[in-house]
Design a protein around this ligand. Structure first.
Ligand code: ATP
Ligand code: MG
Length: 341
């Protein structure tokens, strides 16, 4: 079946495993805002069930869930245009994930690089959930028959696994039921790197606060973190090719380009030949200009958590209206007796 037989629908999510970073903003939220409109139905989720794959203090989880929702709202996710909810309020996610645990193969899971990175040397001590998490992610996406998933580069492999699960399910049951979802990974800012180590991505759960820019950081903190960001002694090159083998320099140029909505080459047209002493403060000013209004609005929203909770509740109801019929059809296809209807 052609992929376009499905309603064009976007699904994406962020884990409330800490405060939002510039990586989450550029790689995900900023693009989610742009995808709202007539071309797609948009479904955005605070994926709290994913967060508990590593230990979360209950009070912190509750706070982070509202903070991530506030970050999405403050950035321009409009609950009138998009469905915005937290995953734990729609039980169908966990149910479909179980079904997919029985479709996905161990060999596929063993290839997931993110598990290897997150588990490190201590794989035996990790939760089973951390290992199985891509199967829950496939359920998140396919529960809405989502056709497009805007994510950062780090999630590409998991969207590919989602396609493998959809394909195997369709094949095993002789149906054309689940779409083959496309990852949408375009432009600069798809892989924002750690400010202290250009070989690692910026993460909200990373060890040191100095390695990331948080969406709630104030102007002084942003300026300080960028001033201390690792770079090399050379000046900025005049074209993008000159950033080869200079991961930290490339990262800062790409962040500038993504924030300003221009190409990295345009950034270098302006700053090529300049030193970091000029570029870093300009980048700090730009980041503050873009992030300050968002963090101000986030703080305002977080002062009234009841309003956030009400938006999430309404969103969960709208999400269920799409998700539950798809889950029920999945049960029917698989042969479960459901005589309580
Ligand atoms: P954690 O460290 O807990 O995994 P995270 O910062 O990686 O947190 P996620 O909730 O795992 O955030 O991912 C949410 C979205 O943000 C995904 O679409 C992911 O691809 C994107 N994303 C995360 N980090 C980056 C980054 N450094 N650059 C671009 N996009 C990113
Ligand atoms: Mg992550």
């Amino acid at each position: 079946m052609a992929d376009n037989a499905f309603t064009p629908r976007v699904f994406s999510g962020i884990k409330p495993s800490g405060g939002l970073t510039l990586g989450n903003y550029l790689g995900a939220i900023k693009r989610w805002v742009n995808m709202q409109g007539p071309d797609f139905e948009t479904v955005y989720c605070v994926v709290d069930l994913h967060a508990i794959t590593v230990w979360q203090d209950p009070a912190e989880l509750r706070h982070a869930t509202r903070e991530v929702a506030a970050g999405m709202l403050a950035s321009g996710i409009d609950p009138e245009k998009s469905i915005l909810f937290n995953q734990a309020q729609v039980p169908a996610h966990a149910e479909l994930a179980w079904l997919f645990n029985c479709v996905a193969r161990l060999g596929w899971m063993n290839r997931m690089t993110q598990f290897k990175e997150k588990a490190g040397k201590n794989a035996e001590k990790q939760s089973l959930g951390l290992y199985a998490y891509p199967s829950l992610m496939a359920a998140d996406i396919l529960l809405y028959h989502a056709t497009h998933v805007p994510v950062g580069e780090d999630q590409k492999q998991h969207v590919e696994l989602t396609r493998d699960i959809a394909q195997k399910f369709n094949h095993d049951y002789g149906v054309d039921f689940f779409p083959l979802t496309e990852p949408v990974i375009e432009g600069p800012g798809m892989r924002v790197m750690n400010l202290r180590d250009g070989s690692k991505k910026m993460s909200k759960s990373g060890e040191s606060d100095m390695e990331r820019i948080n969406m709630t950081d104030d102007a002084d903190t942003i300026a300080k973190k960028l001033r201390k960001a690792r770079t090399d002694p050379e000046e900025l090159p005049v074209s993008f090719d000159g950033l080869k083998n200079r991961p930290e320099a490339k990262n800062l140029v790409e962040i500038y380009a993504a924030l300003a909505d221009i190409t990295p080459d345009s950034v270098l047209n302006e700053y090529g030949g300049e030193g970091w002493g000029k570029f870093k403060p300009a980048l700090a000013d730009l980041a503050v200009e873009k992030l300050a209004p968002i963090s101000t609005e986030m703080k305002r929203l977080l002062d009234t958590p009841d309003e956030i909770d009400a938006i999430l509740a309404r969103g969960a109801e709208k999400a269920e209206a799409i998700a539950n019929p798809i889950l029920e059809r999945t049960f029917d296809i698989m042969g479960f007796v459901r005589s309580r209807r």
